[in-house]
Design a binder for this molecule. Structure first.
Ligand code: NG1
Ligand code: ZN
Length: 528
């Protein structure tokens, strides 16, 4: 590494003085104009991580569901996973180093992480459709090239596609071809195979309206549509030609406002879904005949998928262990339904997919979803091999079930939560089971809930334990929350500092919407 060249280039991507940023739940995220130095430095860091792991590393330029003016960056580790926690710290140190310290911090990281600087480095880059993303990804490339790394720039990609590319490249093509073409082929082949069995294929039960949040999902879904044109009819809305990214639309808007996005025409009982700005989240919804809006969030998606997988496992007579992983934001009704009715073990982790993903890896089949619609299903190597073997050995109905499981494995993105892949799984399950959106929704009734954001001077004064369900500091806060919760029926509430915004999040649920609203409000006052 030519440290002098790095110093010279670094000056061209100068850090605004006094700016301190943290590698948070989903990397760095803030106003786009403050990110040039972070991008350059993440190019440098990706090279070090690649040298250390002797693998391809990914860099994704996106701020997901944040407003269009924001941007962000995260690194993707060799198996398509989120960056390891110790490297998140290195990322924060490097991003915040003053200009004259960049060289020293780089050498420090190399030493601490035992990076062999002679090793080759390869980095792949993807970006979302934000106006600022192209220039920012050029700064990442500048960081990579000046530190002697090789790179491939995929240009516009959904976040989960970039995760997929990294995974493919580090498993020598075993997982799939590391191209968008390879991604489309893998998923569409699995989808077409799976839905061949569906008794209602071809008619209107396989038609869906998709709100693309005016983001990258529109471009990619449009490309992909050609691969399964006969199996599923998709109509795209909010495709980015007129509207602003994530503005009054997208999965985050629909989930947090509990209302439909603008820019979509919905008929009663019609199945609709929304992606977020980088297409790693999905939620479903519909209007009933009385004009009531029904949201089907990540919890209900996890439930549908769990029940389908459990049925298939029963059919093939194999006792692979299933676990469902949620966060504190999971609706209490979903947890109860999964545990008591479906009898599947449920685990709660801290917010942020890296925590859920990690926990899900403990099972043969780990199903994880955040309530906001971010999730996927992971299959262990043992489970995958067993299912493959059974699909060759078994006969008739059992063989059919094993084949379905094989296709489901291919259809789920094993590297990250993926709106396109999840959508295809859900559509396939609904078709195979002959379920309408209303029947799916009726699995259980969500407890009324409310999420609020509270602006405080320093959100870090709040620390939590028990997978963020209990506040440890400031003193007295948890007692105050406990006392408020006692006033309502079927109630629960918690607070935690956001990892992506400078706010504290308040969550409350109770037996009625009024109660949930007023509990959330009272807890906000206790926080403030
Ligand atoms: P924060 O801001 O830490 O609550 C939000 C979401 C997470 C996750 C990340 C990353 C909620 C309550 N929080 O995190 O689930 O998706 O963004 O995008 O939805
Ligand atoms: Zn996202």
């Amino acid at each position: 590494m030519d440290l002098d060249a790095i110093t010279k280039h670094s000056a061209l991507h100068a850090k605004p003085s006094g700016l301190i940023l943290q590698y948070g739940t989903a990397g760095f995220r803030t106003k786009a104009e403050h990110l040039d130095h972070v991008m350059f430095r993440m190019g440098l860091l990706a090279v070090l991580r690649s040298k250390q792991t002797k693998s391809t590393i990914g860099v994704m330029v996106t701020a997901s569901h944040n407003p269009e003016e924001d941007n962000g960056v995260k690194l993707v580790d060799p198996l398509g996973e989120m960056l390891a926690p110790s490297w998140e710290e290195h990322a924060t140190c490097l991003a915040n180093a003053e200009e004259q310290d960049v060289q020293r911090v780089l050498l420090d990281i190399s030493e601490k992480a035992a990076v062999d600087l002679q090793q080759d480095a390869f980095v792949v880059i993807g970006r979302d459709t934000r106006p600022s993303s192209e220039k920012l990804s050029q700064s990442v490339i500048d960081g990579i090239t000046v530190s002697g790394g090789q790179f491939h720039d995929y240009g516009l990609l959904t976040t989960p596609q970039l995760h997929y590319m990294v995974y493919c490249r580090n498993t020598q093509g075993q997982y799939g071809q590391a191209t968008t073409e390879g991604y489309y082929q893998k998923l569409s082949k699995a989808f077409v195979e799976l839905t061949k069995q569906a008794f209602c294929s071809g008619d209107k039960c396989l038609s869906l309206k998709v709100d693309c949040a005016n983001g990258i999902g529109a471009l990619k879904l449009r490309e992909m549509k050609n691969y399964f044109s006969e199996g599923l009819s998709i109509q795209l809305f909010n495709v980015g030609t007129t509207g602003k990214l994530n503005h009054l639309c997208g999965a985050d808007f629909v989930k947090s406002h509990q209302k439909p996005p603008q820019g979509i025409e919905m008929e009663p009982n019609e199945r609709c879904c929304s992606f977020d700005g980088d297409a790693d989240r999905i939620v479903y919804y519909y209007y009933d005949a009385d004009g009531h809006f029904h949201l089907i969030d990540g919890d209900k998606i996890a439930t549908l998928i769990s029940s389908f997988l459990k049925e298939l496992l029963l059919e093939i007579g194999e006792s692979l262990n299933i676990g469902v992983v949620q966060t504190a934001y999971a609706n209490g009704s979903s947890t109860r339904y999964l545990e008591e009715v479906m009898k599947v073990p449920v685990y709660c982790t801290k917010t942020g997919v890296k925590h859920l993903h990690h926990k899900a890896q403990e099972f043969d089949i780990g199903i994880y979803f955040e309530a906001n619609g971010h999730g996927t299903v992971l299959f262990s190597k043992t489970a995958e091999m067993k299912i493959k073997q059974l699909s060759e050995e078994l006969e008739d109905k059992k063989r059919k079930a094993a084949k379905m499981l094989e296709n489901i494995i291919d259809l789920f993105n094993q590297a990250a939560g993926d709106a396109i892949s999840d959508m295809l799984v859900i559509e396939a399950i609904l078709a195979l089971k002959g379920l309408t959106v209303q029947q799916w929704d009726a699995l259980y009734t969500d407890l009324p809930n409310r999420q609020l954001k509270v602006k405080v001077a320093d959100r870090q004064v709040i620390s939590t334990t028990d997978a963020e369900r209990k506040a440890v500091t400031p003193p007295g806060l948890q007692e105050a929350i406990d006392n408020l919760v006692k006033k309502y029926k079927l109630s629960r509430a918690f607070v935690r500092p956001s990892g992506t915004e400078d706010i504290v999040r308040v969550y409350a649920e109770a037996d009625s919407q009024e109660s949930a609203d007023s509990l959330a409000h009272e807890v906000s006052v206790a926080v403030f």
